[in-house]
Ligand binder design. Structure first.
Ligand code: HEC
Ligand code: HEC
Ligand code: HEC
Ligand code: HEC
Ligand code: HEC
Length: 409
């Protein structure tokens, strides 16, 4: 038989039960009150009023109430932004204040909100229904709203609204140009012109002297070394400082200082941070083919140089960084000096013969020859011979009166 134990506090039973009951009632009231006081109810009330005034009570009846959600399964996003931003698809509120303003039409033409939601472009926390939480102004949230206010706090040099373009480029990374993403377009042009791929793999091809940048946007702020930088400790600020002068962030780097302006550095930082490993299904990736291909002109130029007198420098990969103008080789990036006169320049610049320089290179070439282009002693001998041939050709052209293409530095 079960033993029944008497309560050790027989006289307290009822008061305790009564207390629990009161707490339940009070907390229910508090929950109800907290829910009533969400600001979205206020925004919805105001919007309904605006519709009544503008279009009459009948139309106002069609304004949905309660929490509004867009479920974009392809992007695995459930965005409730329209709970407050109810006017997004309404015509007639183009000059109202936020959150009651009609959405600018252009971005939504190619990206209907039923399929794209809001956060794929804007960032923020889709499921949140309070302003601060939705706009991502909360600690440890890695996707804040890429808004004008954030652009202001990052001191963007030109268009304060430009940060949103980082999200555009998550899907548009293979476009050379994306209408409406001017900062990203500027940065892509610079990557092409400056030949960043001489040292970096981007979207699958490029050199290995610097780190692969294909997913550099995944790095957490904690992974950056801010010890040499003052000011904001954000990944964005680190990249801007690094682009303006790589050595200001990494003292022993071989990444050249391209003397980028603030606008260019900020655009490149946005581009770098947009290179993320976001799983976007194929149907959401714009542009085909998806390999960031070289243009036909670029390929033809390379082919022509491969068969000319400077073919060795092209097939070995030196031309990625060096022009050898005497032999008709033009480097797309011109990161290093023209090699037409290297055999004499090395002597004056490094105080070594060309043989010694290639055997024991310094600076960028020590990284190039140990990581990217590994040459056997026999191949180094060929390199020296080719450099001598280039110089002989340079001298011959000079004697012949032709102005040899001036070696650029
Ligand atoms: C609780 C209501 C509420 C929710 C939910 C909400 N917003 Fe807002 N939003 C506002 C209000 C109010 C403003 C205008 C005042 C301000 O800027 O904070 C605004 C302004 C904005 C602006 C302009 C800000 C600027 O700096 O230019 C953007 C963009 C925006 N919201 C996007 C979003 C997105 C995206 C979501 C969903 C993740 C969202 N909002 C969810 C209330 C809300
Ligand atoms: C395809 C990307 C895209 C999608 C999807 C999108 N927007 Fe926008 N939205 C933009 C762009 C771009 C602008 C800025 C246009 C401009 O420069 O004036 C903008 C402007 C805004 C603004 C005005 C603030 C400002 O910076 O001018 C608000 C608020 C806003 N969007 C909310 C939303 C909400 C809510 C949704 C979802 C229902 C949404 N957007 C979906 C791209 C998008
Ligand atoms: C979630 C992925 C995604 C995001 C984010 C996105 N786009 Fe798109 N965009 C696409 C896809 C996919 C298409 C192709 C649509 C079609 O034609 O079927 C497209 C089409 C376009 C087009 C028209 C086609 C073209 O290439 O000329 C423009 C312009 C454009 N997007 C600009 C933008 C801008 C600006 C933003 C940021 C505000 C943005 N997109 C954000 C996926 C995206
Ligand atoms: C001569 C080789 C070289 C060239 C050319 C070069 N870089 Fe770099 N880059 C490096 C090296 C080495 C590092 C690693 C050390 C450092 O952070 O500076 C680096 C680092 C970076 C980083 C930081 C990566 C990280 O993981 O933090 C970015 C972003 C970057 N480069 C972008 C570019 C862009 C964009 C260009 C073209 C405008 C470019 N680089 C041109 C060698 C180069
Ligand atoms: C990733 C870019 C890169 C590649 C590839 C590269 N170089 Fe260089 N090279 C440089 C840079 C930059 C310098 C300038 C010195 C420095 O900054 O340390 C340089 C300097 C030199 C010099 C000294 C020239 C002078 O006038 O002082 C020689 C010689 C040279 N490289 C030969 C080669 C050869 C041969 C190859 C191919 C096997 C090659 N380089 C491939 C970037 C590169």
């Amino acid at each position: 038989m079960e033993q029944r134990t008497d309560s050790p506090y027989p006289r307290l039973d009822r008061p305790i039960l009564a207390g629990v009951g009161v707490v339940l009632v009070v907390s229910t009231v508090l929950f109800w009150w907290a829910d009533r006081s969400h600001d979205w109810r206020y925004y919805q009330g105001e919007f309904r009023q605006m519709v009544v005034e503008k279009f009459g009570a009948d139309r106002a009846g069609t304004v949905p109430s309660g929490i509004q959600q867009i479920w974009a399964p392809g992007l695995r996003r459930a965005d409730r932004c329209q709970t407050c931003h109810q006017a997004v698809s309404w015509k007639g509120f183009e000059s109202a204040e936020e959150p009651w303003r009609t959405h600018p039409a252009e971005p939504l033409e190619n990206h209907p909100i039923e399929k794209y939601g809001c956060t794929s472009c804007h960032g923020g926390q889709g499921w949140a229904i309070d302003t601060y939480a939705a706009h991502g102004e909360v600690a440890h949230w890695e996707e804040p709203l890429l808004s004008k206010s954030l652009g202001e706090s990052y001191s963007l040099a030109t268009d304060k609204k430009a940060l949103i373009q980082m999200n555009c480029n998550v899907c548009h990374r293979y476009d050379r140009q994306t209408k409406g993403a001017d900062a990203i377009n500027l940065a892509k042009r610079l990557v092409q012109e400056k030949g960043c791929r001489a040292c970096h793999v981007i979207n699958g091809y490029g050199g290995t002297i610097g780190p692969d940048l294909t997913e550099v946007g995944e790095k957490a702020p904690e992974q950056y070394d801010f010890s040499r930088l003052s000011g904001q400790k954000t990944a964005f600020a680190w990249h801007v400082a690094h682009f303006k002068d790589p050595r200001s962030a990494v003292s022993d780097t071989v990444m050249p200082n391209f003397h980028f302006t603030t606008e260019q550095s900020q655009a490149l930082s946005m581009l770098a941070l947009s290179w993320r490993r976001v799983a976007v299904p194929a149907e959401y990736v714009a542009g085909a083919p998806r390999t960031d291909p070289r243009t036909p002109e670029e390929i033809k130029k390379e082919e022509d140089m491969k068969t000319g007198p400077g073919a060795w420098f092209v097939s070995t990969g030196c031309f990625v960084c060096h022009s050898i103008s005497a032999l008709g080789v033009t480097s797309p990036a011109q990161i290093g000096p023209d090699l037409s006169t290297a055999v004499v320049d090395v002597q004056s610049r490094f105080g070594k013969t060309i043989d010694d320089f290639l055997r024991e290179p310094t600076g960028t070439m020590s990284v190039v020859l140990s990581r990217q282009i590994i040459l056997t002693p026999e191949q180094k001998a060929i390199a020296i011979q080719k450099l001598r041939e280039a110089f002989a050709e340079y001298e011959r052209q000079k004697k012949a009166g032709a102005t040899p293409a001036a070696p650029s530095h």
